[in-house]
Write a protein that binds this ligand. Structure first.
Ligand SMILES: O=P(O)(O)OC[C@H]1O[C@H](O)[C@H](O)[C@@H](O)[C@@H]1O
Length: 523
């Protein structure tokens, strides 16, 4: 890592604290705008008390199943918190009709629904809210409004909805943050002791860098100009690594208990750097030694909760960086590090994903496409001369440039069709390139922006599946299945318009198709 930093310093003209200064370089401090950093914590002491009281009220009414509807940063932190601490929380961030229906069918009478959206206008979240409201009404349940909890910004349409329907309302006025109401309300209602989580982060802990160097323990009140701030150091390392050509960020849990954190880091790093034109592509690995952990364009980072300083994570590899600390600490450090990296890379933090492609498809109607061929339960669409499934995928993979990447995206049920995620490892083993995997439409909110706005070095394998049990979106002229198909088609069209190769595999039978695909890739 020290070599990498030296190279990066030279290439980027930055001084990273701890590294020798390079003649003529610009000190990283001078490029930092502390105003661009997210708040380090929520100071809303009332928040914890309100969450605790509301949970008690719900439990007294027999409402013990918490569902969270929210996309991207509006749901990921709460999902990681509950998963890591072993507290059940149902997260709905999909337009897949099978996944939505399964959630609606699960303990409906005992469910409360947290609708989390900063803007209040995100189409998936609005659709879930409509579906739950309809389901509660159809089931003849009383007091439907009091089963909803809204987390949103002051002035958003959802704040109005909450007031009109007599629902619970938590306003979060600053940027998304794991320690704002977005992270704490859903997890706290589900049963997480959020006060303990907050305690973990303060006083500031000491995630450390392994593999080459370590940093001094942080000062009690670090600021952007404080060179002992691990977030500043991590952010600078991510940015300088990217500028030196290590623009794939391989993320893995070191196995010491922070489940799912990589998915959250993927989102915040992709969101914070997507608008930079350079990009830093997160690659979430199954474990530290999975395919894709090394390469000339890869910066590998492990995260963990319990390793002693200097101990290498398990899995047989030494990562470029190891960030070690409890969950609360990881949130503080990574939120700030991502913002710093984005700032150093020149990203526009206000840039949002383009919802236009989906809207255009919904307005114009779904495109009529004909498969090039079908192989068993898989129809193959796109520009290919192959005649078998495996040949078509290999042809796509061969077109990925040496420092490019292959992105597999799946518009399926991420619970019911979870096995589809196995294509990442299977593809990565076949292709000597970075391979990512994302569930649609979730990835559209994070890496999807890099796919289209970053360097045009990606090739795309899109997986869609037959819908056997569609569900209307109440009050809208489309079903969940049509929304999902429009999101997939919109993304394909936007990628192709930008000159990026796209191959689409449509599973006419989901379970058989996934099995067939994995067998073909492994064979
Ligand atoms: O919170 P919302 O307004 O519903 O937005 C949900 C998501 O939308 C966009 O994709 C943003 O880029 C994400 O950062 C955000 O998490």
């Amino acid at each position: 890592m020290s070599d990498l930093l030296d190279d990066a310093v030279t290439a980027a003209g930055l001084t990273v604290f701890g590294a020798a200064s390079v003649p003529g370089s610009i000190d990283a401090r001078t490029r930092l705008d502390p105003a661009a950093l997210p708040p380090a914590r929520s100071d809303d002491h009332d928040l914890v008390a309100r969450i605790t009281a509301l949970r008690a009220e719900f439990l007294s009414r027999g409402l013990d199943h918490v569902v969270l509807c929210g996309m991207g940063e509006s749901s990921l932190a709460a999902e990681v918190i509950s998963r890591t601490l072993g507290v059940e929380l149902t997260v709905l961030d999909s337009s897949d009709p099978h996944q939505v229906r399964a959630a609606l069918d699960d303990r409906l009478a005992r469910s409360v629904v947290v609708v989390a959206s900063r803007s209040g206008s995100t189409v998936e979240t609005d659709s879930h809210r409509r579906a739950y409201r309809q389901a509660f009404e159809d089931a003849g349940l009383q007091d439907v409004g009091r089963r909803f909890v809204y987390v949103t910004e002051p002035g958003s349409p959802l704040a109005t909805t909450a007031r009109e329907t007599g629902s619970h309302l938590f306003l979060a006025s600053s940027a998304h943050s794991a320690f704002s109401a977005f992270g704490l309300v859903p997890s706290g209602l589900a049963g997480v002791r959020v006060d303990t989580l907050l305690d973990e982060a303060f006083p500031r802990p000491a995630p450390h860098f392994a593999a080459g160097f370590s940093i001094a323990p942080p000062a009690p009140e670090p600021s952007a100009a404080d060179f002992t701030d691990p977030a500043l150091m991590l952010g600078a390392a991510l940015a300088t690594g990217a500028l030196a050509g290590r623009d794939k960020l391989a993320l893995a849990s070191d196995g010491t208990g922070l489940d799912g954190l990589s998915d959250w880091i993927e989102h915040i790093v992709a969101s914070a750097t997507a608008g930079s034109g350079r990009g830093l592509l997160p690659v979430v690995l199954e474990n530290p030694s999975s395919w894709g952990h090394e390469g000339p364009d890869v910066l590998s980072v492990t995260t963990g909760g319990a390793l002693a300083a200097g101990v290498m994570p398990g899995g047989g590899i030494a990562p470029d960086l190891a960030v070690n600390g409890p969950l609360g600490a990881q949130f503080v450090v990574w939120e700030r590090a991502a913002a710093i990296a984005g700032h150093l890379l020149g990203a526009d933090p206000s840039a949002r994903p383009d919802a236009e492609p989906t809207r255009l498809v919904l307005d114009a109607g779904l495109p009529h496409e004909t498969p090039v061929f079908a192989d068993g339960a898989v129809e193959v669409y796109g520009n290919t001369s192959a005649t078998t499934l495996v040949a078509a995928v290999d042809e796509l993979a061969r077109g990925v440039p040496p420092l490019g990447y292959l992105a597999a995206t799946a518009y399926l049920d991420r619970v019911g069709d979870a096995a589809a995620a196995g294509v990442r490892d299977a593809l990565a083993a076949r292709v000597a390139r970075a391979v990512t995997f994302g569930w649609g439409p979730r990835y559209l909110h994070s890496t999807g922006r890099l796919h289209k706005g970053g360097p045009a070095t990606g090739s795309f394998l899109q997986i869609t599946g037959a819908v056997t049990d569609d569900l209307p979106v109440p009050g809208r002229p489309y079903t969940f299945g049509e929304l999902q198909a429009a999101q997939a088609a919109g993304d394909r069209q936007a990628l192709q318009a930008g000159g990026r190769p796209v191959l689409r595999l449509h599973l006419t039978d989901r379970a058989t198709g996934i099995e067939q695909l994995l067998a073909a890739l492994g064979g």
